[in-house]
Design a protein around this ligand. Structure first.
Ligand SMILES: C[S@@+](CC[C@H](N)C(=O)[O-])C[C@H]1O[C@@H](n2cnc3c(N)ncnc32)[C@H](O)[C@@H]1O
Length: 293
């Protein structure tokens, strides 16, 4: 059984964690499908067939750069992140890309922020790539529901609790009771800067280890409930298999996971790392959202 203590804010990760990640001069990329050329192509085509779109949690802007280069039908592109440092990395990355897309950066935490600068029903596509595990979906999805056009779509790749339970039993800090994985290292170690933990976890020897991020995975049935409660219906789900080279070059493959035999066997079996499920949801027409928007 896993025993944890939280500091009380209820966040899965503090912005300072990502400020530290943004400050790394030569970062390894996140274990994300944005680094898979095949996945990103189809995700971009889907995104730029809209006129107004929003990305939440752009990280270092791999997706954003491809969006502004491709453009498609896109006229207005909101880029939202709680980390000003991450937004600056994206700004810098696309600074010299010539584009007619209007880009609006919003530094906001979607766990709390109502995003009032974005009008009701004005956005055709919203995407979150490798970021859904970090947020409180019951708050954020209600805001996304407000700003999404009636014909709009929301897309996110979500950590699959079924997959994690089936294949990641060796993770010391994965709690099967909650679907939470506790990350006990943080990027600023590389920068020699301290950041505050969001809680501590007691290991097998009774030692309290600080953790800096909770990665929340979900059962499909949990997702249906959460999405319905916030005014959405899930209309498709596709497993995301991260190609082996993408996984091995990512920050997640550092340390013990890099040499973990069970994980490598899993990668060979699937031809990649089965990381998440790509969910697309549409707004429910008969809006019956518990607690309102
Ligand atoms: C793991 S990174 C993924 C970045 C990128 N999309 C990728 O796939 O490589 C998660 C991103 O989401 C942002 N983020 C996390 N929680 C957030 C929140 N509550 N509100 C806004 N942005 C958030 C982080 O700052 C970071 O840029």
């Amino acid at each position: 059984m896993i025993e944890t203590e939280r500091t009380g804010t209820g966040k899965n990760v503090y912005p300072e964690y990502y400020e530290a990640a943004a400050a790394i001069a030569q970062p390894r990329h996140f274990p994300s499908p944005v680094n898979d050329p095949k996945w990103i192509k189809s995700a971009i085509d889907w995104f730029v067939e809209s006129r107004t779109a929003m990305e939440v949690g752009p990280g270092r802007g791999e997706f954003a750069e491809t969006v502004v280069r491709k453009r498609g039908e896109l006229k207005k592109y909101y880029i939202v992140d709680m980390s000003g440092g991450m937004l600056n990395v994206v700004r810098e990355r696309i600074r010299n890309v010539e584009t007619e897309v209007e880009i609006i950066f919003i530094c906001a935490d979607v766990d709390y922020d109502p995003l009032f600068e974005i009008p009701d029903r004005s956005v055709d596509r919203i995407t979150m790539i490798n970021a859904f595990q970090d947020i409180n979906p019951l708050t954020a999805l209600r805001v996304f529901r407000r700003i999404l056009a009636p014909t709009g779509l929301f897309r996110a790749n979500v950590l699959s609790r079924e997959l994690r339970e089936k294949y990641c039993l060796e993770d010391d800090f994965f709690d099967r009771k909650t679907g939470c994985f506790y990350l006990t290292h943080h990027p600023s170690i590389e920068n020699k800067r301290g950041i505050n933990p969001i809680g501590s976890i007691t290991n097998k020897d009774g030692e309290k280890i600080p953790f800096y991020r909770i990665l929340k995975s979900y059962y499909r049935s949990e997702l249906d409930k959460i999405f319905n409660e916030c005014g959405f219906e899930i209309i498709s789900e596709t497993p995301v298999i991260l190609p082996k080279n993408v996984w091995m070059n990512s920050v997640a493959a550092q340390g013990k996971e890099h040499t973990n035999t069970k994980r490598l066997e899993l990668i060979d079996k699937f031809g990649g790392y089965p990381s998440s499920v790509d969910i697309i949801a549409k707004p429910l027409t008969n809006l019956k959202i518990k607690g309102g928007l």
